[in-house]
Design a protein around this ligand. Structure first.
Ligand code: FAD
Length: 388
């Protein structure tokens, strides 16, 4: 028996557990997580980017808290001197824009972002060339630059939250949720792969791309599905200036990673489902030509490693769905649909879920517009610009 049973213990589950534990509830929380190494979870396979470059106030505010939290992470989750160093690498974000429509959207977003605490700038082609001389800019009309943005080690973020939550008394159970026992109004127990059942007052499904299938078993359907993404770590012999995480108009993005760079492609108009195969043909046909076009020094690069990971992709609008099953089994909570931007929202979702569970509603960032109601209403909360 636990008051609060969390299903999935990666960035969301561990951050929720941490925020509940700091609020004094550690002894009442149990996290079900099958894999303490997080081999297949999205978080450690992500780019770890934390940007204020969003088109909705809620998303900007969640990332403002994400940046604050990750900048002070080592201190906040310290357990006997661990994790020691945890760097927020403030290399910035850069969204390259081609065409008047994209420039117009970015200008509007930039104003919104700055009204929520960002110091983003629209820069013209000459300024772009001056700041990043290795980039080809003749086919770029403008760029949105977020100098305060950056990235973190996403695996260290998961482990940091988990370790701190455990040190405060949260129990992590190594098992897998396979179903629920319910009555007419509530979930009573979660059934585990081992055959064990855990009773609870509330249940929180944050099992990432696996989560919607678990919810479907009790009749709650999400427009969210796994979306496979391949990432390539490359090295180049030639030296470049420090590069921000750059998103190209081709939807290819790249960022520095240790001695090299990671390269990814955001393609959302493709079929969903788990697919662990790394798409080498996408690298050869789209990603490499795109990065070599943008930064000619990338013509001579070598792929050193590659991996695949999955977005929990929200087909309705690419955005977070958070809350409880209002009008259904009301003690069933969820946070899903983070698509390509959940790592940065981890701290804010942890705090938001703690507010829903302990404080009776949102106290800091009002995420009401991100409830399940918009799924029922088929009313997308669309974010334009640098999304997914
Ligand atoms: C290639 C790529 C790049 C990305 N880049 C970024 C980025 O730059 N910035 C950013 O903010 N976000 C990024 N993301 C998105 C981010 O990784 C996710 O939004 C985030 O990790 C979601 O966290 P989560 O805890 O919901 O899910 P996950 O990290 O996927 O964790 C889900 C957990 O649930 C567990 N689980 C599964 N089934 C069960 C079950 N039946 N019972 C119990 N537990 C279960 C799994 O073992 C896993 O640990 C990226 C994602 C990908 C794939």
């Amino acid at each position: 028996m636990a008051d609060i049973v969390i299903i999935g213990g990666s960035i969301m589950g561990s951050s929720i557990a941490y925020h509940l534990a700091v609020a004094g509830k550690a002894g009442d929380v149990c996290v079900i997580e099958p894999d303490p190494t997080y081999e297949f979870a999205a978080a450690p396979r992500s780019s770890g980017g934390v940007r204020l470059m969003h088109g909705l106030a809620e998303n900007i505010e969640m990332s403002v808290y994400g940046q604050e939290f990750y900048r002070d992470f080592a201190n906040l989750v310290d357990v006997d001197g661990e994790p020691g160093r945890f760097d927020f690498l403030e290399y910035g974000y850069l969204h390259l824009l081609a065409g008047a429509d994209d420039v117009g959207v970015a200008e509007q977003n930039c104003a919104l972002q700055n009204s929520h605490g960002a110091s983003n700038q629209m820069i013209d082609r000459d300024e772009l060339k001056r700041r990043f001389p290795s980039m080809r800019t003749d086919d770029i009309d403008a760029a949105l630059h977020g100098p305060q943005d950056g990235f973190v080690d996403p695996y260290a973020a998961v482990i940091g939250f988990r370790r701190k939550a455990r040190s405060l008394g949260v129990e992590f159970v190594q098992d897998r949720a396979v179903g629920f026992e319910t009555d007419a109004t509530k979930v009573q127990r979660v059934v585990l792969d081992s055959g064990k059942k855990i009773e609870g007052e509330v249940f929180v499904n944050v099992a990432g791309a696996w989560g919607p299938e678990i919810s479907a078993s009790i009749g709650l359907k999400f427009p969210v599905e796994p979306l496979s993404r391949s990432t390539f770590y490359v090295e180049t012999r030639e030296e470049l200036e420090t590069m921000p995480l750059t998103k190209d108009p081709s939807h290819v993005s790249f960022r520095q990673e240790g001695a090299g760079y990671t390269v990814g492609l955001t393609e959302v108009n493709v079929p969903g489902g788990f697919d662990w195969e790394v798409k080498h043909h996408l690298f050869d046909e789209i990603m490499w030509p795109a990065v070599a076009h943008r930064v000619p020094k990338f013509e001579a690069l070598k792929v050193m490693r590659s991996w695949s990971g999955h977005y929990a992709y929200n087909r309705l609008d690419g955005n977070t769905i958070i809350g409880n099953w209002t009008g259904g089994l009301e003690n069933y909570y969820f946070a899903t649909g983070f698509s390509g931007a959940g790592l940065q929202k981890g701290p804010a979702i942890g705090r938001a879920m703690k507010e829903l569970l302990l404080d009776g509603g949102y106290q800091t960032i009002d995420l009401s517009r991100m409830s399940y109601q918009r799924v029922l209403d088929n009313a997308p909360l669309q974010e334009l610009g640098f999304s997914a």
